[in-house]
Every structure is written in structure tokens, then in C-alpha cells.
Design a protein around this ligand. Structure first.
Ligand SMILES: O=C[C@H](O)[C@H](O)[C@H](O)COP(=O)(O)O
Length: 237
């Protein structure tokens, strides 16, 4: 009888499969989160073994920067390496068209910048992240906002007709607001039903001055690697 893999084992399987897209000499984007961390570890290991050489990596958060630095992965910023070959990152929700929600770990802004700068964005998830429509997990869809008058922005987001009655909460870290790597706050949006039109929602959110960016990553994923009970499968555009 086959042993049931843990969620961490599934994340690791997806991550290791994604690292097969990385070749010596590439400039790569390193995502943030528990799934991406397995990919970062794997890249560190392959560099150490000399199976991979001459990699330069752009991390998407301070956390990933520290992990990669600890593994001896050569690092750069987007200023230094504005064109990446491949970026590998996890997601919080993935819909059938490979549109995704990201940012529950707070790294959405740098992730979006790095992934948009990459020729290929490989998304890695275990099958618990699959939804029929974005917002459908009933968990947070994050929006990064400036600290200035955050309540005003939270209330405006909550009233957007494109978000159809989403409830909005300021993300907290203990008794203080959570602060991103970019010194901003995060408003988490919660939906009763999947978002009807994610493109309209993304446009409406971005149009609010004071919003820095949101966790809807639309038309960005090139390949999604999904690890589940039946093995690892690839879905591409
Ligand atoms: O800000 C965090 C990122 O968008 C993560 O990629 C996302 O939250 C998925 O994280 P995990 O792999 O830990 O579920």
C-alpha cells in the first residue's frame, strides 16, 4: 500500500520538479513561503554539488534573501539583473486558468516585480491550493497599502462593487499592524464566493490611490507544478 505523503513532502516534490527548469548560467527568481523554501534549499544543494554553476538569484523577500545567502547562492537585485530566465514561487490559490492569489506570507509586491521580470514563472503548489475561482478558499486575498490613513483605504476597498461585499481586515502581527519588507501595511480581503471577475477586481483595487499592489497574479504563471496524492503533474498555458 502506498504511503500517504505529508503536505510538506508534496511541497518538496513540486519544488524539486520546478528546479529542473534551472540551468547553469541562468538568472533566477527565488520565491517566498514554505513551498518556495524547498526550491531554494534544492538550488543551494545543487550548487554545492557543482551540478549547477554560475547562477545568480533575485530573492523576493528578506526571508528568502537570508535563506539563500546562508546557502551560498549568489544574489542580486532587480536593479542589477532586470531580466530573469525563470522564477519559482508558491501560491495560495490556483484557478483552472492558472491565475493565482499570492501574498499570504506578505511578500506579494517583490514577488510580483520579480515574476513579471522573468521569462518563465513556474508556480509550485500542493493540490490543496486548487480552487474553482479565485477568492474561493475563503482565506485572505492580500492587498498591500501605504500606512498613511490605512482605515480610509480599508473602507474604500471594502466598498468596491467589483469586490461584491468582501470583508476587509488589517493584518496584524501580535498587537501591532503587520509591516511588509517595503514598510507598508496589508489589508486582507475575505470573500463569501469566488470573485466573479478577477480582472475587474484587480483593476478596481489598483485604481485606489494608496494601494501599492494586490495578490491577484493574473496571466502571469507559465507553468504550474501540482503535487498531489496521485503524483506530480504539470499544467501550462
Ligand atoms: O507572500 C507569500 C507568498 O505569496 C507565498 O508564495 C504564498 O503565500 C504561498 O506560500 P506557501 O508556499 O507557504 O503556502
Amino acid at each position: 500500500m502506498a504511503t500517504k505523503l505529508s503536505q510538506d513532502e508534496l511541497k518538496q516534490q513540486a519544488a524539486w520538479k520546478a528546479v529542473e527548469y534551472v540551468q547553469s548560467g541562468m538568472v533566477i527568481g527565488l520565491g517566498t513561503g514554505s513551498t518556495a523554501a524547498f526550491a531554494v534549499d534544492r538550488i543551494g544543494q545543487l550548487l554545492k554539488e557543482n551540478t549547477l554553476r554560475d547562477i545568480v538569484a533575485v530573492p523576493t523577500s528578506i526571508r528568502t534573501y537570508e535563506q539563500a545567502k546562508g546557502l551560498g547562492i549568489p544574489l542580486a537585485t532587480l536593479d542589477e539583473q532586470p531580466e530573469l530566465d525563470v522564477a519559482i514561487d508558491g501560491a495560495d490559490e490556483v484557478d483552472p486558468a492558472l491565475n493565482v492569489v499570492k501574498g499570504r506570507g506578505g511578500a506579494l509586491l517583490r514577488e510580483k516585480m520579480v515574476e513579471l521580470a522573468s521569462k518563465k514563472f513556474v508556480c509550485i503548489v500542493d493540490e490543496s491550493k486548487l480552487v474553482s475561482g479565485l477568492g474561493g478558499s475563503k482565506d485572505a486575498m492580500p492587498v498591500e497599502i501605504v500606512q498613511f490613513c490605512w482605515k480610509y483605504n480599508l473602507e474604500r476597498l471594502q466598498k468596491l462593487p467589483e469586490l461584491a461585499g468582501a470583508s476587509a481586515k488589517l493584518r496584524m502581527a501580535g498587537d501591532k499592524p503587520y509591516v511588509t519588507d517595503n514598510s507598508n501595511y496589508i489589508v486582507d480581503l475575505y470573500f463569501q464566493e469566488p470573485i466573479k471577475d478577477a480582472y475587474a477586481a484587480a483593476k478596481a483595487i489598483s485604481a485606489c490611490t494608496g494601494v501599492v499592489d494586490h495578490g491577484l497574479f493574473l496571466d502571469m504563471v507559465d507553468v504550474c507544478i501540482i503535487a498531489g496524492a496521485d503524483g506530480v503533474r504539470l499544467q501550462d498555458k
